[in-house]
Ligand binder design. Sequence first.
Ligand code: ADP
Length: 382
Amino acid sequence: MILTVNAGSSSLKVAVFNRGGELAEVASGMVARIGTNAVIKLTDDVRGETSGAVEARDHGEALARLIEALAPVWEHRPLSVVGHRIVHGGPNLHAPRLLDNDVVAELERLEPLAPLHQPINLACVRAVADIAPAIPQVGCFDTGFHHTMPWTQSAFALPQQFHEEGLRRYGFHGLSYTSVSRRLEALRPDLLAGRVIIAHLGNGASMCALSEGRSVATTMGFSTLDGLVMGTRCGQIDPGALLHLMRAYGMTLEELERLLYRKSGLTALSGAGGDMRDIEAAGTDAAESAIAFFAARAKREIGGLTAVLGGLDGLVFCGGIGENSARIRSEIVDGLGYLGLKIDSEANIANAAEVGVGATPILVVRTSEEEVIAEAAHRLTR
Ligand code: ADP
């Protein structure tokens, strides 16, 4: 069995894949609200769905509880490898790697580049090493997909000494882009061979411009803050605004970090929280403005990424919002007829695989970071 581990800031998702024959998911689980009143939910092929309160003060404990709770799954089908989604591979780690001491040491050195997420990822690696030291672990890096971006897209116009020291645009959501690219290769290899934008719209959101299947530009940058508006993150912002917040409001580093990662984005605009389902249902002026803002930024990024690509052969939506919200897809595409993008209302409402009627195809593709992690873990330990 393969266990995949996908950690968010206050939640942890795992999945179990059977590695005999085709990789098949046999169980999944999550711990939400880690640190305060944590709850665990499990679905497996032995007991079906179970849930309840759980003691999990941090991500390491949450993972330990999930592995224990999956005991009936391991009984006849032992765990043989754990694969992790790791937010940052830095300038050197692109393809998935076995997590030996050297690789873990390099990932620890990268902590300052992703101080909110990398320590959580490494805590999960350590938790597995404590529970099952003999089990190999594999890391899959969310930045890795974008290592093909040219310098013009990855650099900041700052003194280049900073670039050498790691201050550059890395891009994220790489496992999702890998997953969607693989599905596109099967579904529409003609599109993948050309110029495509993939819009990963979830709680976190980004877009990637792909030329011949390789990332050439993406909306997230040095951190996961840049680009699109997100559930609680601001997206693109003028760095001068941050200087102003510090100077005029006396904001500390911690206050600024909390503002930008937790209290901004859809949460700040909608008056209905950061969850798109709630925002769509709210119907208030503020919620409608938040949707309009979300769509406007997305449109602007599509324009920019199309310019980088020199044209557009296909647009692909994925992620919780991208896969499920007909309204958001429609609002984003509205007005982009000049790129050959036009929504087919019926197909769009049905969340069909192809939702466009214009010259440029618009696809909805289910993404699975878990499958990408499981495949890498399987391949590296076969
Ligand atoms: P994460 O980035 O945490 O993996 P997901 O990809 O699961 O998040 O996306 C979560 C987002 O998707 C939430 O904003 C949620 O409201 C939204 N979403 C899920 N289903 C729908 C739906 N049917 N309509 C609108 N939004 C939806």
